[in-house]
Design a protein around this ligand. Structure first.
Ligand code: ZN
Length: 330
């Protein structure tokens, strides 16, 4: 079992924090479509929301921990690099005109040894679109060579801009979406609210509001492996599959875990017998992401033919807040 505390996505400040703020709602509203060609909660996931805490603390719009200090956008992640390489389109969230683009920044995690400096290019490959009413949307960390629009080009909502990538100041494949109205940074999940849980207006279309409900935690990947699962293999999406003669290991990746969450992972054989069970003490602090696995070496004659099932459960305050089962036939 291994964990990482925080996965960062920094795109730099827009530098207008003291400008007079437009009154939310006073100008034309904007309605945003989901900016990635993916289904939230199934093949893409919000990893970090906008930080609603104006002080040194951090809170997402639901007063949860799925953000970090000063994060001024929404991070929509893919489960792994294999998904990124298959190609997932970034889409214009609303109609507008392309104001600027940048391409040519390498797709490499800032954690990679020898990764080049991204100073001044924190957004990586990106697109900036101006919309009616002073609204702007900015799309960051896109794949090098994928940007398919040019400055001055008019776009409709849903038009492809390029693909999700790993460029700029990031360590996981995702789209960072910034929304601004003139100089004012806006949280598309609750625009205009001050602190968390104080209201605000969703800028998402009603269809997106239904699809992109707040999820904490989210299970972003499950599977079986032939041995202990490394963070690197999980990041790549290249975990080696088990056989009847290899160890059998169930693994799960979850994001958005909160302090006090209790997780367990159980692996059962074809007749329902428990082969492995990993029960963890309550988390001592929130975890942006978590990789857990539980497994067993094969019996001398190899695994019996049949279906093997793993179940992962997260309890919060005694209540089940996430549960997922998955199976493999050996
Ligand atoms: Zn971000």
């Amino acid at each position: 079992m291994r964990l990482r505390m925080l996965i960062l996505c920094l795109v730099g400040a827009s530098g207008a924090g003291t400008a007079a703020l437009a009154q939310p709602g006073a100008a034309a509203p904007i309605q945003l479509q989901w900016p990635v060609a993916c289904e939230p909660g199934r093949d893409c996931f919000v990893q970090n929301y906008f930080d609603r805490d104006s002080g040194p603390g951090t809170k997402d719009y639901r007063c949860g921990s799925m953000t970090y200090e000063g994060h001024d956008g929404t991070d929509i992640r893919l489960p792994n690099l294999a998904a990124m390489r298959r190609g997932v389109a970034v889409l214009a969230a609303a109609p507008g005109v392309v104001k600027g683009v940048r391409d040519g920044v390498a797709d490499i995690s800032i954690r990679e040894p020898g990764a080049p400096s991204v100073k001044g290019k924190e957004c990586g490959n990106g697109v900036l679109i101006f919309h009616a009413g002073g609204w702007q949307t900015q799309y960051c960390h896109m794949q090098r060579g994928s940007i398919s629009v040019k400055p001055g080009q008019a776009v409709k909502a849903g038009d492809a801009l390029g693909r999700v990538g790993l460029s700029g100041d990031t360590e996981f494949p995702h789209l960072h979406l910034s929304v601004r109205q003139n100089a004012r940074k806006a949280d598309p999940f609750a625009d205009g609210a001050g602190a968390c849980n104080s209201g605000g207006r969703s800028l998402w279309s009603p269809a997106v509001q239904a699809r992109a409900a707040y999820r904490s935690p989210s299970v972003i990947a499950t599977g079986f492996a032939n041995g202990p699962v490394t963070q690197a293999a999980a990041d790549q999406g290249s975990v080696a599959a088990p056989s009847r003669s290899s160890p059998l290991v169930a693994y799960v990746r979850a994001i958005g875990l909160q302090q006090g969450d209790v997780m367990d992972l159980t692996l059962k054989g074809p007749s329902g017998q428990v082969l492995a069970n990993s029960i963890n003490p309550p988390l001592d602090r929130a975890k942006a992401q978590w990789l857990a696995f539980a497994g067993k070496k094969p019996p001398a004659a190899g695994w019996a033919r049949g279906s093997y099932t793993a179940t992962y459960t997260v309890r919060r305050g005694g209540r089940v807040v996430a549960q997922r089962s998955w199976s493999v036939a050996l």
